[in-house]
Design a protein around this ligand. Structure first.
Ligand SMILES: Nc1ncnc2c1ncn2[C@@H]1O[C@H](COP(=O)(O)OP(=O)(O)O)[C@@H](O)[C@H]1O
Ligand SMILES: [Mg+2]
Length: 293
């Protein structure tokens, strides 16, 4: 417990007034940043992952992101952020620890260039209309969209990570992997029975379309992890509802990628037949997974 409670910064107020960063050098915040740095030992390169240097830190952890991470740490959703699992074009994903086990923390970059192309997935989705188009706000909406899409998919029994918490550009979800590391992508492994996996993934697309009313819109062997002998789908931030004007186009593209993947393994799946299955065949009702909504 602090013996100077009044000295603790009000994070909410800070995050609202984040336009200028002079406060960063304020001595009152020294303790705050010491706390955050303690929780970020791994990513600062003091841990065993020394390839993670200051540049990664600077790219990902701007002041607003640091504050969001700190707040999630205070809430208990994250204890320490340990090391990066992946650095993508839009986000870094980190292995993090809590007192109830590992979690994955996806931190979206807030640099303008990255998000220029993404507005098309949010315009036209009625759940997010009327919101500010300011860039940072767009990133935050993106994170909330991924969070809600994960919940909706889990409600319908689809194997996606469980969303645990989110704040600003930070998403906390269940970790797919083990002590040795994160689960591999479908792209990186050879499967014994690929046709079965193809059918399971086609079912995923069908349930997602027919029961969730969603289309993933970036479905590929890069966004499927092989975890515990099963395919798990990730990266659902860009998934849109039926109402989206390009929903069918995205659906055809998703199914095309899946058909191309199985046919590269030496099979002869037909696009038309696979699409018909997704659109018209009755889909199973799967038991909901935890955290679905
Ligand atoms: N829940 C998770 N558990 C373990 N690894 C994950 C998880 N989510 C993402 N990853 C890893 O991070 C990578 C990037 O995540 P993804 O959501 O696909 O973001 P991007 O938009 O950068 O493609 C994935 O390819 C995977 O290796
Ligand atoms: Mg991805």
């Amino acid at each position: 417990m602090s013996d100077e409670p009044d000295e603790q910064p009000d994070i909410d107020a800070l995050m609202k007034g984040e336009k200028k960063y002079e406060w960063l050098s304020d001595p009152r915040f020294k303790r705050l940043f010491t706390d955050i740095e303690d929780g970020l030992q791994g990513v600062l390169g003091r841990g065993k992952f020394e390839w993670v240097d200051r540049r990664v830190f600077d790219q990902v952890f701007d002041s607003s992101t640091l504050l969001a991470v700190h707040k999630l740490m205070q809430k208990g959703g994250i204890d320490t952020i340990d090391y990066p699992i992946a650095r993508g074009k839009e986000a870094h994903v980190f292995h993090a620890s809590t007192n109830h086990g590992p979690v994955a923390v996806k931190i979206f970059h807030t640099s303008n260039a990255v998000f220029k192309g993404l507005a098309k997935y949010i315009d036209g989705d009625p759940r997010f209309s009327g919101l500010s188009r300011r860039h940072r706000e767009l990133v935050n909406i993106w994170v909330r969209k991924e969070f809600r899409n994960l919940k909706r998919m889990r409600k319908h029994g689809l194997r996606v990570p469980e969303p645990l918490d989110s704040l600003k550009n930070v998403l906390v979800m269940s970790y797919l992997g083990d002590d040795k590391g994160a689960s591999p992508r479908l792209k990186d492994i050879t499967i014994d029975e690929p046709y079965e996996v193809f059918e399971e993934l086609l079912d995923f697309v069908a349930v997602n379309w027919q029961s969730c009313g969603l289309v993933h819109a970036d479905f590929s062997e890069y966004n499927v992890l092989w975890y515990d002998g099963e395919p798990w789908v990730i990266d659902v931030g860009q998934a849109v509802t039926h109402q989206h004007p390009n929903a069918e186009e995205f659906l055809v593209r998703d199914v095309t990628r899946l058909v191309e993947w199985i046919n590269r393994q030496g099979y002869g799946a037909e696009l038309a037949e696979s699409l018909a299955r997704v659109l018209d065949d009755p889909v199973p009702t799967l038991p909901p997974l935890s955290g679905g909504d």
